[in-house]
Design a protein around this ligand. Sequence first.
Ligand code: PAF
Length: 284
Amino acid sequence: MHTLHTIAQVRAAVARAREEGKRIGLVPTMGNLHAGHIALVEKALQRTDYVVVSIFVNPLQFGPSEDLDAYPRTLAEDQSKLLDVGAQLVFAPNVGEMYPEGMAGHTRVSVPVVSEGLCGASRPGHFEGVATVVSKLLNIVQPDLAIFGEKDYQQLAVIRKMVLDLCLPVQIMGEPTVRADDGLALSSRNGYLTPAERQVAPLLYQTLQAIAAEVSAGRRDYAQIIEEARGRLTEAGLRPDYLDLRDAHTLQPVSAQAEELVVLAAAFLGRTRLIDNLRFIPAL
Ligand code: PAF
């Protein structure tokens, strides 16, 4: 496994792999890899012959008061995990390589509608930053397949829409969230939790499960269900940012036609912002 830091080196390595007839996979990450990321790499290795994992903490997707500086950077540990799993190439550019003229005047990719609301409402500019860096990574690596985690459900929807609208020749695949034994979705940001907060954190997923169970049992007073669930989170010390039920395919508010729903949440626990979601088929 090689680690390369420049776009030119990555393009040359991928071109060689392609000349050998290999199918190329890409797993974009911000590093600090956990079992959820490794599951994405394993899936990419099953589906393609040459897997590139990008590790880049993208400043363009962080707001001014967010955790860009604190975000864990653990390249050596990440490389050792990727070597163990069998990835072929790590692309670990620095900020200057990705934004050589700075970010202020850089071209942005914006995906309206699906980027609005939910995380888009509380993190203005976040999805523009994500769509911009992902489109750059797709253009640099030109993979046949790129894989993303479903934990970032809205992000996946934004990327799918961008790829569709811009006719990018790549297949996008989402992979189910990997959870700790107590249900907490694995996330690089879980490392910010204190031991006491870590005990409380699984309540977020339990709350999503409870909402899905109530709707599946036939309750249709969605606003009331959400209100009650928000109350339970707040009582336990979480500060809900949003908690919402949406059509799982369009991410629009639930309509009578919706065949699959998704309940999505973001909540602060101390200084940590947790996000999670659960897809389910509502009762008829
Ligand atoms: O999900 C992430 O880790 C990031 O948002 C991504 C897709 C790697 C873009 O920076």
